[in-house]
Design a protein. Structure first.
Length: 576
């Protein structure tokens, strides 16, 4: 197979000429970028992820477009190098619910030639890589997504046949000294793609779509493939197509637990918009993809600098914000003048029937060109590691940039004060009610001697606000049935249990506790996680977050840090 094109974004991105939008329709703010310690090895085509609470880069290629079977983890302000089994240059990585990371595929030779079948695990507990088998299809520039049932959907390829396969991981049984893993080829695809988007749908189904063919050609396709059943026609794709991006992790685009995602799309003029991908429960034939209401058009330029958006949507569910990353279009010719751009979408307001407000952030020129999606850190910032320094695969970068967008929730002491305040108010209310009752009894004391009947006694009955009653019911339900331990708990589940609706539950928690439903539930989960760490000295962090009800390790780590002021490992060390 011939060598890779230097960067798919420079080959297939549609021109924005004639459709440049002024940024004055969207609030603009300068964004500070912090340069972290450089990687030990310049690299591109690599994977960036958090595993075991540590920031990791793995595989890819280095100077001269030579694959590197190495990884690095960030600790104590610097990067530490590890050896991998394979290089996985332009391969896939999936953060599994087991705590391990699955890495597979990639280029067979230097300069982006060929594909590979190979697969391996990274175990953050031991910081080791272990090869274990092969995929059914050798792949480069594929995508993968773990479903709720633990199976991993894999699709997409480059200069080779495409198809859908599943990865299965079975834990070892008693007396069995090895775990059992297998890849199962499911079916051919109707449309072969590179770097497809994969979204989980209801009932274990998955939707597979995208705009890049297996030979770098731009697709104008109105159909999406599915893991189960036939292809699905997407009317929106008659005029809009999924945005061409580099490697991405589509679980990062999830905005709600009912399988709702955000997807960047682009029309024939180059204008970018946001679409919503939503599963229709009970009707697998009809997942819906519609334009998401935004308060203004997405800006395509700022002060004469044309913007090229290059990533999937990155969702920070704690902050109810979504981010779309971009870069100056001039990075193709003069990368030293290129700025990063980040479009922030406040999707929570759109979910309430309003158009989502947006803000455009920009940086000073950073002399760095990313070739993969940014990573959301536990603190809510965006991180870019490595990439292409001069738009060439032969000279990748070692630079690591942190774009400071993070928002914080109240720390553990503030949270404790809030809970104490509620307890104090409750005690004060009881005292006030007792004093009031005694006063009424004294005033009517003489009348009791004259009339033994109690019919004339007027004791005021306190009126308890409806929200107070509902909050008590919510609290009892959470604490008695421990619903928060269910990682798939939704607002509708609580509403159904209490015989009311989603809005009533959401508004009550917001007014009574001053937080969202997710924040309310996560507070219970972190309290439970702390109890586990206190009472079980030998427990592993991977067991803590899965047992506590979190669906991903990243969300657990970030929430734990926000509510306690320390990482789980630091908390455990402090206890010990």
């Amino acid at each position: 197979m011939k060598a890779f094109l230097h960067l798919i974004l420079s080959c297939t991105m549609l021109s924005a000429t004639g459709s440049v939008k002024a940024a004055d329709t969207c609030e603009v703010r300068k964004l500070e970028a912090t340069r972290m310690a450089d990687l030990n090895i310049p690299r591109a085509g690599h994977q960036v992820f958090y595993a075991g609470g540590e920031l990791m880069v793995a595989g890819g290629h280095t100077d001269g477009f030579v694959p590197t079977p190495t990884a690095e983890y960030y600790a104590d302000g610097k990067w530490h190098q590890l050896s991998m089994t394979y290089n996985h240059d332009f391969g896939i990585s999936v953060m599994l619910k087991s705590g391990k990371v699955l890495l597979a595929g990639g280029c067979e030779q230097p300069t982006g030639i060929g594909q590979t079948y190979t697969a391996e695990f990274y175990d953050p507990l031991t910081r080791t890589f272990r090869g274990f088998g092969n995929m059914n299809v050798k792949r480069v520039w594929a995508s993968a997504l773990e479903l709720n049932n633990g199976q991993v959907v894999i699709a997409g390829n480059w200069y080779h046949a495409d198809g859908i396969e599943l990865f299965h991981e079975k834990q070892s049984h008693v007396g069995d000294n090895k775990d059992k893993q297998s890849f199962e080829y499911i079916k051919d695809v109707a449309t072969e793609r590179s770097l497809p988007y994969i979204f989980q749908m209801a009932d274990g189904d998955a939707l597979i779509l995208g705009s890049i063919g297996t030979r770098g050609d731009t697709l104008r396709c109105t159909f999406a493939d599915r893991l189960k059943g036939d292809t699905v026609h997407i009317p929106l794709f008659e005029t809009w197509q999924p945005l061409v991006t580099g490697m991405h992790h589509d679980e990062a685009s999830l905005i709600s637990d009912d399988f709702t995602y955000l997807l960047p799309v682009q029309d024939s003029t180059g204008q970018v918009a946001i679409a919503q991908v939503q599963s229709v429960v009970g009707d697998l034939q009809s997942p819906t993809i519609t334009l998401y209401p935004t308060a203004c058009d997405i800006p395509m330029a700022y002060q004469g600098d044309q913007i090229e958006y290059f990533s999937n949507i990155i969702v920070d569910r704690q902050a109810s914000r979504a981010y779309l990353a971009g870069i100056s279009r001039c990075f193709h010719a003069t990368p030293e003048k290129a700025r990063y751009y980040v479009l922030s979408i406040d999707y929570a307001q759109a979910s309430e029937g309003n158009a989502a407000p947006m803000m455009l952030y920009y940086t000073d020129p950073l002399n760095a060109t990313p070739d993969c999606a940014p990573l959301l850190t536990p603190e809510g910032n965006l991180l870019f590691a490595g990439g292409l320094s001069d738009n060439s695969n032969y000279t990748p970068s070692a630079a690591v940039w942190l774009l400071c967008l993070g928002t914080t929730l109240p720390n553990s002491s503030e949270s404790g004060i809030n809970w104490l305040l509620w307890i104090g108010l409750a005690v004060f209310g009881l005292i006030l009610l007792t004093v009031l009752l005694l006063t009424v009894l004294r005033r009517n004391h003489g009348d009791w001697h004259n009339d033994s009947s109690a019919a004339d006694i007027r004791v005021p009955v306190p009126v308890i606000p409806p929200d107070d009653i509902l909050m008590q019911r919510i609290t009892c339900l959470m604490e008695e049935q421990e619903l928060y331990l269910d990682s798939e708990l939704k607002l509708s589940d609580v509403a159904s249990s209490l015989g009311t609706n989603r809005n009533a539950i959401s508004n009550c928690i917001n007014s009574q506790r001053g937080c969202s439903f997710t924040q309310f539930v996560n507070k219970y989960r972190i309290d439970y996680a702390q109890r586990l760490l206190r009472t079980r000295s030998d427990i592993k962090i991977s067991e803590v977050w899965t047992t506590s009800g979190f669906s991903t390790e990243r969300t657990f780590l970030r929430t734990f840090k926000q509510l306690t002021g320390m990482t789980p490992s630091e908390f455990k060390t402090k206890i010990d």
